[in-house]
Design a protein. Sequence first.
Length: 310
Amino acid sequence: MGSAAQKRSIPPGAGSPKRAFLTIYPPSSAMTDQAILPVSASPESAGAVESYRTAGGIERFLPAGFRQLEPTPELLAELAEASERLETATPEEIIAWAHERFAPHLTMATAFGPEGCVILSMLAKIAPETYVFNLDTGYQFIETLDLRDKLARRYGIEVDLLQPELSVPEYEAKHGGPLYKTNPNQCCFDRKVKVLKAASEKHHAWMSGIRRDQSTDRSRAAIVEWDKKFNLVKISPLANWTKKDVWKRILDEDVPYNPLHDQGFPSIGCWPCTRAVAAGETDERAGRWSGTAKTECGLHTAEQQDGSGI
Ligand code: SF4
């Protein structure tokens, strides 16, 4: 599935390099303690707090007794009303609403696609203290991981890299080889969905960069909705934007983006499951899990708990 060019970047089985998670960048308004604290006050002033360490190795704090939201009829009605009202709002207005309603328990997941980079540029102006994470499967392109550092330098938002329990060598040894070749649904479930599930237990709401025009699966996304798979409120600020809108913002504001997009990769995931698209291929996700019926990793679909159907 992956191209020769990608395999030169990261040898199969080697996984992605470990990064220094607490790199110190030039101070900015985003690089306060709140960049890693999901509580509005410091641990010292917030009273009783529980600390935990993320899969990316960062220590974070929660109010003692933190509980996930329950999808009560009242909450579902509120979300439906907000979603309808925000249909005509700008992405910045949607993000501002999400921040006001759910911070400090709002988070964002990004795979560093163009949409994620644009949302990060907006978050830098609206709520730079928001905790943002990436599902670092161990199979990401080096270019993707380099983009994380570029975005941190530009916006002061250091995206946490959440990794699965097993490293790539451990995982491949356990399964007798790379599972992405034989059972990509299980591989995505183990290395993405399970990691997001663990992260979701510490939050009330998450933002993603999906757009309705990306695929049939995503065409039904609401601006705000209850995500029953992760027990979170899901907010999609760019649901109504087109690919052209996203790239206009990137070019207008010189937002950093993955250089692989200039090499024929419109959608970028793990290198074994991503290929460049040919001229004339109009489906921007045609290069993902090419040659299989799989179209999604399972983060944005409602069904399944065991990896089937993702
Ligand atoms: Fe595994 Fe491919 Fe899914 Fe990445 S995209 S987690 S390599 S199956």
